[in-house]
Design a protein around this ligand. Structure first.
Ligand code: GNR
Ligand code: NI
Length: 167
């Protein structure tokens, strides 16, 4: 297993649209294992393949307090969504910045597991936030895209300042 490097904004590769996974082989399983390792090492609750510069529809998540409930979704699609929630989001590709984002409260998702078997889940609350956040990455979107230009500008300037201070 190995940890993978995480792309940071404004890396243009974060805007890449991921392609569906068509081959469910040992290489895919190894990649998912590396994504888990990378997510846990970074103390993240989720990670999209886009963030490690692999442009395939793969995401991992673990919203449990004990960090022992790993979930991997391959080729995820949202079938239904309803309700609204506001949650303070962060992103491993935007170190040190956090902002409230409004998303669906509940989502019904169809995906595949690492063997290609269909997964159908309905999630709500924080896990629903996380899955929507990760699916955005796979579409080349990031959470600051939802903010007003003013708010986005302020946060990105702050991130740049912190980056320079720690360089
Ligand atoms: O670690 C993460 N925390 C988080 C907090 C609130 C909402 C979404 C997230 S996902 C983020 C990891 C990440 O960047 N995934 O793409
Ligand atoms: Ni993110």
């Amino acid at each position: 297993m190995s940890t993978l490097a995480i792309l940071e904004f404004p890396d243009p590769r974060l805007r890449t649209v991921a392609a569906p996974v068509t081959v469910f082989d040992a290489e895919l399983k190894q990649f998912v294992a590396d994504m888990y390792e990378t997510m846990y090492a970074a103390n993240g609750v989720g990670l999209a393949a886009t963030q490690v510069n692999v442009h395939k529809r793969v995401l991992v998540a673990d919203m449990s307090d004990d960090r022992n409930a790993p979930l991997a979704l391959i080729n995820p699609e949202i079938l239904e969504k309803d309700g609204q929630q506001v949650y303070q989001e962060g992103c491993l590709s935007f170190p040190g910045i956090y902002a409230d984002v409004t998303r669906a409260l509940r989502v019904k998702v169809r995906a595949q597991d690492v063997d290609g078997k269909e997964i159908l889940i309905e999630v709500e609350g924080p896990l629903a936030v996380c899955i929507q956040h990760e699916m955005d990455h796979l579409a080349g979107k990031v959470f600051v895209d939802y903010l007003s230009p003013l708010k986005r500008g302020m946060l990105l300037k702050r991130m740049e300042k912190q980056r320079k201070a720690s360089a």
